[in-house]
Design a binder for this molecule. Structure first.
Ligand SMILES: NC(=O)C1=CN([C@@H]2O[C@H](COP(=O)(O)OP(=O)(O)OC[C@H]3O[C@@H](n4cnc5c(N)ncnc54)[C@H](OP(=O)(O)O)[C@@H]3O)[C@@H](O)[C@H]2O)C=CC1
Ligand SMILES: O=C(CO)COP(=O)(O)O
Length: 334
């Protein structure tokens, strides 16, 4: 049984997941980038900047990575996807040998076009089977409030997935196992981009039919990419596919959806970034890396392409909307 777990990253999801683990009976140490955040978690049992009003269970917290990683049996990586490489490079010599590495990040790296587990195996120099991914409909604030939710723990090594499942299962958090790491990671990364599009539609004043269309066609393009890269198509009907997509596209708690809504209301990228105060909306960068990955593999992802053009080529959301509708007509599954 995994008993001692270190969570690296004390933002919304890192803190909420540390709570999940502590509520599951694990001994948890949470690493925060800033000492004042670590001190607040240790002494006041709160992290007001990320989870206001939430009382945390007993947790150790530190800004010292060496102290955080000492004796860890599993290490959870909860930093933004575009900084994971730099962070892990700084931490890799501190990782205990054979430790299970768990990724919470949902993104595809710009430049390398790697999934997060690929970045981790490369930087930590560990085999695929040592890296697990947790993904699913897991809006941090709801989980931190103890609202029921399920997730998937995906790992090429089934036994390791079961160990993480057992370590994180509690009265409100129900993890399932899966061995389809590619599908689970792509589901998590792509849904952030589709959530941007749903937010944008909401910002333009559009209703439920448009949302459902974007969700369904978003899932179709995600599955198209996933299958091309070796994922199991069934994964996209599961928690890390449809589940996460529906939660993120529908909830005002989603940073990606909220960001898209601002763009839909006419804000520029810069204005939306300033208004969301540095909180990570992974889809803004992932729309470019996922688009490049799709291009590399000859996969058509029109919604993702549209989001890239709005976010990075300053194209009007109304224009990409009209273009999406005017694409050449085809069979639903071609
Ligand atoms: N929030 C959610 O509901 C969910 C998020 N995720 C995924 O989890 C990952 C982490 O997201 P989340 O916790 O929400 O993000 P937040 O934006 O809430 O927090 C980011 C955390 O990472 C730290 N951080 C930011 N930039 C860097 C950097 N360059 N180097 C080191 N640390 C950094 C921040 O520290 P500081 O405070 O000092 O800036 C903060 O602790 C993302 O990939 C996200 O998609 C997955 C499921 C649910
Ligand atoms: O991944 C998430 C829910 O599962 C969180 O989504 P946001 O990053 O859009 O807030």
């Amino acid at each position: 049984m995994i008993e001692r777990i270190t969570v690296l990253g004390a933002g919304s999801w890192g803190t909420a997941f540390a709570k999940v683990l502590a509520d599951a009976g694990r001994e948890v140490t949470l690493w925060a980038r800033r000492e004042e955040v670590a001190e607040e978690i240790r002494t006041a049992r709160t992290n007001e900047s990320y989870l206001p009003g939430v009382t945390l269970p007993t947790l150790d917290a530190t800004a010292d990575p060496a102290r955080a990683l000492d004796g860890a049996q599993a290490v959870v990586l909860a930093v933004p996807s575009q900084s994971l490489r730099a962070n892990l490079t700084a931490w890799r010599d501190l990782l205990p040998a054979g430790v299970t590495l768990v990724s919470l990040a949902k993104g595809v790296e710009l430049g390398t076009l790697k999934r997060m587990s690929e970045v981790i195996t490369e930087i930590a120099g560990v085999p695929d089977g040592q890296v697990a991914v947790v993904s699913g409909p897991n809006l941090a604030r709801e989980i931190a409030q103890g609202q029921p939710a399920a997730a998937v723990v995906a790992c090429a090594d089934h036994e390791r997935a079961v160990a993480v499942q057992r370590a994180s299962f509690n009265s409100y958090f129900r993890p399932y196992t899966n061995t389809d790491v590619v599908g689970c990671e792509l589901g998590g990364a792509c849904k952030n981009v589709i959530a941007l599009s749903c937010g944008m539609a909401a910002g333009l004043g559009l209703g439920a039919n448009t949302m459902a269309t974007l969700i369904t066609r978003g899932l179709a393009e995600t599955a198209r990419l996933g299958v091309k890269l070796g994922a199991d198509p069934l994964t996209f009907a599961g928690l890390a596919g449809l589940g996460d997509l529906v939660a993120t596209c529908s909830s005002p708690l989603s940073r990606n959806r909220t960001f898209g809504e601002r763009l839909g209301r006419g804000e520029t990228l810069k204005q939306a970034q300033e208004a969301t105060g540095g909180q990570v909306a992974e889809g803004v960068k992932s729309c470019s890396s996922i688009r490049a990955l799709a291009d590399l593999h000859g996969v058509d992802m029109p919604i993702t392409d549209a989001m890239h053009r709005v976010c990075h080529e300053d194209v009007d959301p109304r224009k990409v909307g009209a273009e999406l509708l005017g694409r050449s007509q085809k069979h639903e599954w071609s």
